[in-house]
Design a protein around this ligand. Structure first.
Ligand code: SER
Length: 390
């Protein structure tokens, strides 16, 4: 199955069971939200999961694009991405966790063709505040899947305050096809978590106390890229069709080591999506995140060859990404933004080299030097380090 078919299968399955697709999906939460970018599928639905009436009803589904900067330093490995997508389904005070788990199992087995013998699940085993999640345990036993109870790993919370509850995670065996599954999700990393079903029954208040919600809901989230990898049998997201045409066109254009190629593709693809959602580079907020992404790409490209330029980016990768994320902005706008930032960064580097070439900046720099270079010449610390690296 390619990515489009996977998304369609998910949508059709939940629509047939009365779920309405939530439209929108932008990376930018409303300005009243303290979070800069949407970081999970459920985030935009928080007020509704806390009890507000949703105009589209009590059964919802979505494909939500998300952005996480916490993983920026991990990008370059096989799995981490800056912009990624989450498939999700919700019951807003409608059906309970057991029904959600049964549907989840049915979709993985019949819709995506995963043999039940390759699945393992975990459930919340209880702690001193809340008892074990026997509803999930009984459901999985009834369905015949191996279950592992855990503690912290199966308690989901949005943060120290807010919605929380026990969750049940579904893992798929990704070991050698010839090797039968071994161990359990907590003992063997070849069990890969694909789907999390959370019973949102509680809210943690500011005073630390746990309060039961009047209308318990269910929130499920499944990372699209990871699901695609598991279903297509790839060890890396970059080998899946999500990164076609990036991984076909970028390496011949800019030959780099594997992890730098991945970083360049991830950051540029993420930048295209952020620009498509209306963000422009700036020195604060959303725009600063975009600026950092573009400048990290340029720093990587120019390390080996300063003549490389984003004007060489093939239109095909821009078009593919805008289409995949259903964005209406044209490739011309994306190019203008990327090239404008390239020019600004180029000028900053030139000025930086001149300033740093002065005798007073030879040798070790003090915190005061860094402050002066930043405040007077606009040179951030990481840029100075890059410029001074031989
Ligand atoms: N809230 C759960 C998660 O983020 C499921 O959406 O994993």
């Amino acid at each position: 199955m390619n990515t489009d078919q996977i998304v369609r299968t998910f949508n059709d399955f939940y629509r047939e069971r009365g779920h309405e697709p939530v439209t929108g999906g932008t990376l930018l939460p409303p300005s009243s939200d303290p979070v800069l970018f949407t970081t999970s599928g459920m985030h935009p639905l928080t007020p509704y999961l806390e009890g507000r009436r949703h105009p589209q009803g009590r059964r919802l589904l979505s494909l939500q694009r998300c952005l996480r900067t916490t993983d920026l330093d991990e990008v370059g490995d096989r799995t981490h991405l800056t912009v990624f997508e989450m498939l999700g389904s919700w019951s807003l005070g409608d059906y309970g966790l057991s029904q959600s788990l049964r549907w989840g199992y049915e979709l993985l087995r019949d819709g995506f063709g995963i043999p039940p013998g390759l699945m393992h699940v975990t459930v919340f085993g209880g702690d001193d505040e809340v008892g074990p999640d026997s509803e999930s345990l009984d459901t999985w036993r009834d369905l015949g899947l191996p279950v592992e109870p855990t503690h912290d790993e199966n308690w989901w919370s949005h943060g120290p305050v807010g919605l929380c509850g026990p969750d049940s995670e579904i893992f798929v065996w990704t070991g050698d096809p010839g090797t039968p599954p071994q161990g359990s999700p907590t003992t063997d990393p070849r069990w890969v978590e694909v789907w999390n079903h959370v019973s949102l029954r509680h809210r943690r208040d500011e005073d630390g106390r746990l309060r039961s919600l009047r209308q318990p809901g269910v929130d499920t989230g499944m990372g699209l890229e990871r699901l695609v990898c598991v279903l297509q049998g790839h060890g890396s997201v970059y080998d899946s069709d999500l990164f076609e045409p990036w991984m076909r066109l970028m390496p011949p254009l800019w030959p780099l080591d594997e992890s730098s190629t991945r970083l360049v593709c991830d950051h540029l693809r993420s930048s295209v999506v952020v620009i498509g959602d209306g963000v422009r580079p700036s020195h604060t907020g959303h725009g600063y995140v975009l600026r950092r992404l573009i400048r990290r790409v340029l720093t990587t490209l120019w390390r080996d060859d300063p003549s490389r330029t984003l004007s060489d980016l093939p239109g095909e990768v821009l078009r593919h990404t805008l289409d995949h994320f259903r964005q209406t902005c044209g490739t011309g706008t994306v190019r203008e933004v990327l090239e404008g930032e390239e020019r600004r960064f180029g000028r900053l580097l030139e000025r930086g080299r001149l300033v740093l070439g002065k005798p007073e900046f030879e040798g070790r720099l003090s915190d005061e030097d860094y402050r002066y270079l930043h405040d007077t010449h606009g040179l951030p610390r990481d840029l100075i380090t890059t410029l001074r690296t031989p």
